[in-house]
Design a protein. Structure first.
Lengths: 567, 201
């Protein structure tokens, strides 16, 4: 028996690869919504596409203009409307697959013999014939394209809007390239990120480093919208997740972290400060001054510069005259000695006070937090770096970049060792970056480690998951490298354009992004998914956790607890 | 075939014919009625009455202006009148043996061939054969009162089909709309005419 959603909803009446396909809808228009995933069967081929538009039409505009139901009997008017007024769907064709002759036909066996494996999905290269029937995709079609939820690598991220069929994200593919989660504020980015991160942690094929600027992901929280409890990743994944607090206290909303991150002054490089040009309002002379500092003090440049005074002078006698000269511990004394412009050096010293005052940058940290984080990640754990009370852009930019740079160096080294046969294969790592535009905007992208990770670190097992509400502020070159893009509602035209940059069919998808429901509806697209699809995202609630971890997820056996604790 | 002869052929072509009828048959003739003309043993032509003419002659002209005409004279003029009623029929198709075709007959019938009304069975068979292909013959001539012919035909046939195929009227209307949807004016007048049919009231 035919499933209800296998029934035809219309037939092809025109279109093409460039202009999309046009389908005459044989149902009332309200039965199909923008974004519906449809299947077209034509000859030996099956085509898959996305509804991008619905348009009312008439054989003659006068039939549409006139309310004939007021003049003609109801039944006659209904017959007239049925034949003269219609709805056309616009379908963005995305994929095609050879399905062979009808299984009942004598040719089928010969075709099957020649195609032992199911033919692969292909990008759309041709179009279905006129009058080919169109139907809404069934559960089997969705599973066929996006993967079966039973397989561990296929993580159900939501469901199709019309028929509620589960749509999976292939996590293997998702982490192979950098990805992005976008959406205007209040569209559920954080919940969606929690869902995807839960999937990644549960799948356990990759480590994740979450730069948690707003302390959202680690510990349980209360939703600002609903006042309901929001489960943190630590609460469900326990020892798989390490929460790192920034600074010596490092508490997050009064709760203790697993360990704290203090940064040694020696770990700060001049490039870390150059990256802060905009944040610290530095001048163009800064690189020269920093280079002078590095040449003078090498790794101790930060400590030495911090100790210098601005404007301190001493009196000394020279040629029989007493005169004031820069004190030995002054910036001017060092600048004169190093051949650096004094004014520029003093200006830099003054502006760097904000950095020198950061409490988590210390001469000798109690523990090497950076190494600890990297060890955790190498061991397959997931680290959430909570910025605690250090929520300024300066904190975020400095620490994120510094940490990421160290990770990049480590993973590059490990990969090179692996490739030369001297080490194990590095564990894939996903760095989750919130407010990504702050680190990946046009000015910053070239100076931070993030841009190079987005561009080339795939080869070194490190990718980014960037989360942002202003994708238009992110450097185009970085955006174009993103594999999977998951986007909630976006209102700004520039943001929509940025999310769709470099993708086929972006004109057709543009309106869809602007018309998503403000919550829970997302468009998933890009290299990481076989075709763009509009989904209703899963809810981040108890049901989600039950489905992911099982009903008894919160109750762990003694042996399991011991194992997690390393006994 | 009905044994009631309506009249005999005056003139014909492959698209239609004109039949001469006695005034006595006046009451059995109706606009939009279907008729058949047996062409030979195998072929029967199906037609549709689209016009009924009553011509005058010299005596009628005189009587029309005379005063105090005796009713017997009027009756005599009608019954024994030498000028027949002229009934024009449009050919809609033909049958060859049991096969009904909505295409024009291979040749016209001959003068004085008899013409008969269709039986209910013939109406049902002819109007359900094919997919309303015979509508094209009605729609072809722009000089015909298409709206009136179609509404009369549909009213007549629907009353017969109602017992056996009640959906026929919707199917026929749908087909007419499809055929005329690019001709807004004609379709509107046809729909207005169809609106008078009982089934649509």
């Amino acid at each position: 028996m035919t499933e209800p959603d296998q029934e035809s909803i219309g037939y092809i009446v025109g279109g093409g690869l460039k202009d999309n396909l046009r389908v005459r809808l044989t149902l009332p228009p309200q039965k199909v919504q923008e974004g519906a995933f449809v299947v077209i069967e034509s000859g030996d081929w099956q085509f898959y596409g996305l509804t991008t538009d619905l348009q009312l039409g008439s054989t003659d505009p006068r039939f549409a203009d006139e309310q004939s139901e007021q003049r003609l009997p109801v039944e006659l008017a209904s017959l007239l409307h049925g034949q003269t007024l219609y709805t056309n769907l616009e379908i963005l064709p995305a994929l095609m697959r050879e399905r062979g002759p009808d299984p009942a036909s004598p040719d089928y066996q010969a075709w099957r013999d020649a195609h032992q494996d199911d033919p692969p999905l292909l990008p759309i290269k041709t179009i279905p014939s006129h009058h080919a029937p169109v139907r809404l995709a069934g559960a089997a079609d969705v599973a066929d394209i996006f993967g079966k939820p039973e397989k561990k690598e296929n993580f159900p991220i939501g469901t199709t809007r019309e028929q509620d069929h589960p749509v999976c994200l292939n996590l293997d593919k998702f982490v192979q390239r950098s990805s992005g989660i976008f959406g205007a504020t209040g569209t559920g980015k954080s919940y969606l990120t929690r869902i995807i991160l839960s999937g990644l942690i549960h799948y356990d094929k990759t480590s994740t480093l979450i730069l948690d600027m707003h302390n959202e992901y680690g510990l349980d929280d209360t939703s600002t919208d609903t006042n309901q409890r929001v489960i943190g990743l630590k609460s469900r994944f326990h020892s798989k997740v390490r929460i790192v607090g920034l600074g010596r206290e490092g508490s997050i909303r009064g709760q203790n972290s697993d360990f704290n991150l203090e940064i040694s002054e020696d770990d700060i490089r001049t490039a870390d400060i150059e990256m802060l040009i905009s944040e610290l309002n530095l001048r163009e002379t800064t690189p020269a001054s920093l280079e002078g500092l590095y040449q003078s003090f090498r790794d101790k440049w930060f400590h030495e510069f911090k100790a210098m005074q601005i404007g301190s002078e001493i009196e000394m006698e020279r040629d029989g005259k007493r005169m004031k000269v820069p004190a030995p511990d002054s910036v001017a004394a060092w600048a004169n000695q190093a051949g650096v412009n004094v004014t520029a050096a003093e200006g830099l010293r003054g502006k760097m006070n904000r950095v020198f005052d950061l409490p988590y940058i210390v001469e000798k940290p109690a523990a090497n937090g950076l190494d600890e984080i990297i060890k955790c990640l190498e061991a397959g754990m997931h680290v959430i770096l909570s910025f605690g009370s250090h929520e300024s852009d300066l904190d975020y930019l400095l620490v994120s970049n510094l940490l990421t740079r160290r990770i990049r160096e480590t993973w590059e080294r490990k990969t090179n060792q692996f490739r030369s046969g001297k080490g194990n294969e590095p564990r894939p790592l996903v760095i989750v970056v919130e407010e990504a535009h702050k680190l990946l905007n046009r000015e910053m992208a070239a100076q931070t480690a993030f841009a190079s990770i987005a561009r080339e670190m795939r080869k070194y097992y490190v990718t980014l998951l960037i989360i942002d509400q202003r994708p238009s502020q992110i450097y185009d070159e970085v955006m174009s490298q993103l594999g999977t893009r998951v986007s909630g509602w976006l209102g700004d035209e520039d943001d929509i354009r940025a999310v769709l940059a470099g993708l086929a069919g972006r004109d057709a998808l543009r309106g869809m992004l602007a018309r998503l429901q403000p919550k829970e509806e997302v468009l998933m697209l890009g290299w990481g998914v076989p075709m763009p699809i509009l989904i209703r995202s899963r809810r981040y609630d108890d049901k989600f956790w039950e489905e992911l971890l099982g009903k008894k997820s919160s109750v762990k056996s003694e042996s399991q607890l011991k194992k997690e604790l390393g006994f | 075939m009905s044994q009631i002869e309506i009249g005999r052929l005056l003139r014909a072509s492959t698209t239609g014919c004109v039949v001469g009828c006695k005034v006595a048959n006046h009451s059995v003739l109706s606009f939009g009625e279907m008729v058949v003309v047996p062409l030979d043993e195998k072929i029967t032509i199906y037609g549709l009455i689209y016009e009924i003419n009553i011509d005058d002659d010299g005596l009628v002209r005189q009587l029309a202006t005379a005063e105090n005409i005796n009713p017997a004279v009027i009756e005599d003029n009608r019954v024994n009148r030498s000028v027949p009623l002229e009934v024009s029929a449009l050919f809609l198709g033909h049958s060859q043996g049991v096969k009904i075709l909505h295409s024009l007959p291979p040749r016209p019938p001959l003068s004085l061939d008899a013409i008969y009304p269709l039986t209910e069975t013939q109406v049902i068979e002819f109007t359900r054969a094919g997919h309303f292909g015979y509508f094209r013959h009605i729609l072809r001539d722009p000089d015909l009162p298409i709206a009136e012919i179609l509404s009369a035909h549909i009213r007549n046939v629907a009353s017969v089909q109602a017992k056996h195929h009640p959906e026929w009227i919707q199917d026929a209307t749908r087909e007419i709309i499809t055929l005329l949807r690019d001709d807004y004016a004609t379709l509107n007048s046809v729909l207005n005419a169809l609106a008078d049919i009982d089934q649509y009231k």
